[in-house]
Design a binder for this molecule. Structure first.
Ligand code: AMP
Ligand code: MG
Length: 347
């Protein structure tokens, strides 16, 4: 890996102009969005796109999302937008929704990993829109983390993984949503959810009726060629072995901790406020996540907590699952992958 001194930029107009120029020159710039921080390159420049794969250590068969600053640009990079896709664009874009559409001519092969489809998103964060606008080109941007690690929700997380591997980073506020965008395949008449996120299944179905759900979202499906190639890779993972409690009551989780973990300082516990309050003192490193009903706050905090456990060098993580409804589907999808599907359902 080549050493490049990473410029730390702010959201000032002069710094944004500098970031846009770096993008146009084929360099990598990390920038905030409402979902997570992205690692951006000129999506029309195959050499620049290649640098994203190198900096992240991302497998070449995992395609990137193209970020645009105008709703009209969906039509510039997709060769067809069917009526349901158009309805989703009309209702949720800009925002945390990525649509997979038939790919238009003119985009390099590596940005879509050779597929005939392209993933496109218009972020709602003004700063991200300004950067894309100023760059004057669409920006290919996966999450700005080393491949396999939890996605970055603040600038410090990005620097932890990518400092001196990328030209610049725009340091700004933490990402409000904290989970990657919802991905919906709109290449067929019936849309299919490929990755759950801030736009929930219920929100999608309210607009377009029934949406199919890819099998890999809730369960471990070891398929060689999933519809969304990124889903076959290890993802969102902390360094420690992680396990999730699912379908256990708060009382059962407390019993499990007292019987097996309470005396172990090297264990990290990710607990709801409800469980943490009743548990009392333990030797473990406890992170109080939030109230189980406040799913937006839980989503926003998940990756930060996993990175915190990495910094504390815990040897094992036990995390409390959340109900798989609404935003809970996205939270559990990421947690199960973080935990490599180590799920504890009985005490
Ligand atoms: P990331 O940019 O790291 O958030 O990952 C982007 C996600 O979108 C990955 O899971 C990709 O596999 C998926 N994706 C990107 N482009 C396509 C596409 N053309 N078809 C299906 N999935 C895609
Ligand atoms: Mg990612």
């Amino acid at each position: 890996m080549i050493f490049i001194k990473t410029q730390i930029l702010t959201n000032s107009s002069a710094d944004l102009a500098c970031a846009a120029q770096l993008i146009r020159q084929g360099e990598l710039v990390a920038f905030p969005t409402e979902t997570v921080y992205g690692l951006g390159a000129n999506a029309l420049d195959a050499t620049a796109v290649q640098k994203i794969f190198a900096a992240k250590g991302r497998p070449a068969d995992n395609p990137l999302i193209i970020h645009i600053a105008q709703v009209a640009d969906y039509a510039s990079f997709a060769r067809e937008i069917n009526p349901k896709a158009q309805a989703l664009i009309d209702n949720f874009c800009p925002g945390p929704l990525t649509l997979v559409l038939p790919k238009a001519a003119g985009l390099p092969d590596n940005v879509t990993a050779g597929l005939d489809s392209v993933a496109i998103r218009m972020p709602s964060l003004k700063l991200a829109q300004q950067l894309i606008e100023l760059a004057g080109v669409p920006i290919a941007a996966p999450s700005a983390n080393t491949s396999g690690r939890p996605s970055p929700t603040c600038g410090t997380d990005v620097l932890e993984d990518l400092q001196n591997k990328i030209a610049a980073i725009i340091m700004a506020d933490s990402s409000a949503i904290g989970l990657e965008s919802t991905v919906v395949d709109c290449t067929t008449a019936q849309p299919k959810l490929l990755r759950p996120g801030g736009i929930t299944l219920a929100m999608l179905e309210e607009i377009v009726g029934a949406v199919a759900v890819d099998a890999s979202i809730q369960t471990f499906v070891p398929v060689a060629t999933p519809k969304s190639p990124g889903m076959k890779y290890k993802h969102y993972a902390p360094q420690a072995k992680m396990s999730i409690w699912e379908e256990l009551t708060n009382a059962e989780i407390i019993e499990f901790i007292r019987a097996n973990l309470a005396h172990k300082p090297e264990v990290g516990l990710l607990l709801s406020a409800e469980v943490a309050e009743k548990l009392g003192a333990v030797a473990c490193q406890v992170q109080v996540w939030g109230k189980l009903s406040e799913t937006e706050k839980l989503a926003a905090k998940l990756y930060a907590v996993l990175r915190q456990f990495d910094r504390a060098q815990v040897s094992e993580i036990y995390a409390q699952g959340v109900p798989v409804t609404g935003l809970g589907l996205a939270i559990m999808n990421r947690m199960r992958k973080s935990a490599a599907f180590n799920i504890i359902k009985k005490i």
